[in-house]
Design a protein around this ligand. Sequence first.
Ligand code: BJW
Length: 228
Amino acid sequence: MYQRIVVLTGAGISAESGLKTFRAEDGLWEEHRVEDVATPEGYWRNPDLVNRFYNQRWTQLKKDVEPNPAHQALGRLEQEFDGELLLVTQNIDNLHERGGSRRVLHMHGELVKGRCPKSQQTFPLAMPFGPDNLCTCCEPGNVMRPHVVWFGEMPIGLDRIYEALERCDLFISIGTSGTVYPAAGFVEMANHAGAHTLEINLEPSEVHSQFNTHRQGRAGELVPELVE
Ligand code: BJW
């Protein structure tokens, strides 16, 4: 059986927990222009707007969101699997960790952290983003920005991800539209490595034709079935 697995997750895996995806009709960007809330230029133009966008998502995550059976199944997989497993998520929520996964690579950052724009040091988020939320690594402190990766910025942990993709024998993509690179290109790398590639998504993604196998439907049903 498989010995080296890479799992990539996207917003769709958290949809059944009540978190909005990005590109759905009622999605996170419905009321915003992508250039305004998902680029560094948008942030520096209007930090208040971007802070409000992330503070709302942070409040929701703290208050009323729980991991769903797909997160929990991946948590069990990590505990029970004997080989190498790398769980890479594009999501900035912490539902994988709360679902039992101990080693999660957040390639687009983490909602529960802020980052000093000068030193790039990250801090757990103790209070909402705003002019009073200062880093403690500088004197005087700098206003922290969300620890997220916007368009035009370099995703986190790419060396580790590419190394795992070059060696993997199974690549599973769950709940992502395949529209954002470099994540959308991971299937091609896994195919190149000779891995079996499986897509689990509600609808065919933009890169679905590159996968060997597809399971179309809800992650909360299909991922537990796969892991059992
Ligand atoms: C379900 C479900 C259920 C629903 N069960 N499924 C041309 C070619 C290549 C690259 C580029 C290019 N032009 C520009 C670029 C670069 C750019 C890019 O990709 N642009 C595209 C728009 C073309 N990329 C970047 O800038 C990245 N950096 C970069 O490239 O650096 C340089 C570099 C050079 C060389 C090598 C490597 C790097 C950075 C990208 C940063 C993305 N940031 C965001 C915001 C993060 C913070 C936040 O959360 O607010 O990340 S954008 C947003 O999209 C977010 C997501 O992680 C990401 C992907 O979205 P995702 O997860 O796929 O969500 P959706 O909504 O799109 O899809 C959900 C899916 O789930 C749907 O298909 C549903 O059907 C499904 N679903 N319910 C199963 N219950």
